[in-house]
Write a protein of this length. Structure first.
Ligand code: HEM
Length: 350
């Protein structure tokens, strides 16, 4: 089997990020332009990033359900579907998105330059649905003032939580990502006492120490987003949320971005937050935070992303599965004991 190179899904948080979501125009030439970019992403990343490797420039490219269909691949990732809107105590909209670019670096200049190069190559083949420039706010706090990202999986749990494995062998080394852009009503939030805010999150604000389970409110964010499988094992996702905003326009937000080996676990957390668990016991973050976007993407391995540059060969009848295997077989994507995912035949794009 051919070794597979994964995208930089599990890289640590950086000081800056740009999130761009585009849709691809319906004509064939636009699709060709997009294929060209997929084939060139590795080269673009090297060209911009090598100028200072210490800036840790990375870009994760995700593909939406409709675009996947247009790419004409013989197989489809098992969990890929359009983001499902939720109508609960609060609503989560589903908004268009064919491609997500999640660009991260220590410096805004590196994010900005890569985004510029990507958009220049795409030209008028796409329509921009959203561009959000995120920044690190003090000690990894969101604009509600709480440290965000503390309970992300680490070590061996990280790869197991975010990377597709043997359950979908043609797409091993890939991932799924859900994004939502939230706008906060900080006037309403700041009117709460710190103790009430802490009950909403389930952690102490200044120290970031978690409340003991016995003292957590049933609606606490970390109660509703802690989920288990039938055997009682915790199902985790990797969050790379970033604050964004324009103070002069009174815009303050959190860009939620959650990676997982299957979208179902993130969707269950969303149901718990918006509908409630049990229904009605919803997440009070949503009383002051409104999602204005919602999209779901499949993140192919870097190897598969580059292979998507070429339209699939028309396969003789009965051999479709073999063709997919040529594109995407990984020999081993299980996380190594140190959780680094950088040893053996797995290679990570940087
Ligand atoms: C306005 C949007 C959001 C904000 C401001 C926010 C903020 C936070 C904060 C401050 C924490 C506690 C520290 C930490 O462990 O990271 C947290 C935890 C967490 N959040 Fe969110 N979050 C948001 C949306 C979401 C969404 C949409 C999901 C999932 C669909 C989610 C899933 C989680 C999970 C899984 C945890 C860890 C829970 C635990 O195991 O303790 N969050 N979030």
């Amino acid at each position: 089997m051919t070794p597979v190179q994964i995208q930089s899904v599990e890289n640590p948080l950086t000081r800056a990020a740009i999130f761009i979501v585009v849709t691809v125009k319906p004509d064939a030439a636009s699709l060709e332009t997009v294929r060209g970019l997929f084939g060139n992403m590795g080269s673009l990343l090297r060209g911009v990033g090598f100028r200072n490797p210490d800036d840790s420039l990375t870009c994760v490219t995700g593909i939406g359900s409709d675009l996947w269909d247009r790419l004409g691949q013989p197989q489809r990732p098992a969990g890929l579907h359009p983001f499902r809107a939720i109508h609960g105590v609060h609503d989560a909209p589903s908004t268009p998105g064919d491609i997500l670019f999640h660009i991260r670096a220590q410096g805004r200049d590196f994010c900005f330059e890569l985004a510029t190069q990507i958009m220049r190559q795409l030209g008028d083949a796409v329509e921009v649905q959203d561009e959000t420039q995120g920044f690190k706010f003090f000690d990894n706090r969101d604009l509600l003032g709480f440290v965000d990202g503390t309970e992300n999986p680490q070590g061996i749990a990280l790869g197991a939580s975010v990377l597709i494995g043997d359950e979908d062998p043609a797409f091993r080394g890939g991932s799924y990502v859900i994004t939502q852009k939230y706008i906060h009503d900080l006037t309403k939030w700041d009117a709460l006492t710190v103790e009430d805010q802490e009950r909403v999150i389930g952690r102490h604000k200044l120290s970031d120490i978690e409340y003991p389970d016995s003292e957590k409110a049933p609606y606490a964010h970390n109660v509703l987003t802690s989920i288990n499988d039938a055997e009682g094992n915790q199902l985790q996702i990797l969050r790379d949320n970033m604050p964004f905003g324009r103070p002069a326009a009174a815009e303050f937000g959190t860009y939620f971005i959650g990676y997982a080996c299957e979208p179902a676990r993130t969707e269950r957390m969303l149901d718990n937050m918006f509908i409630g668990d049990p229904p009605g016991n919803y997440d009070r973050i949503l009383d002051v935070s409104t999602p204005v976007t919602g999209s779901l993407f499949f993140v192919p391995s870097m190897t598969l992303l580059e292979a998507l540059a070429d339209p699939p060969e028309p396969a003789p009848a009965g051999t479709a599965d073999d063709t997919a295997d040529d594109h995407a077989q990984a020999d081993d994507t299980a996380a190594p004991a140190d959780g680094s995912l950088r040893i053996g035949s797995l290679k990570q794009e940087t």
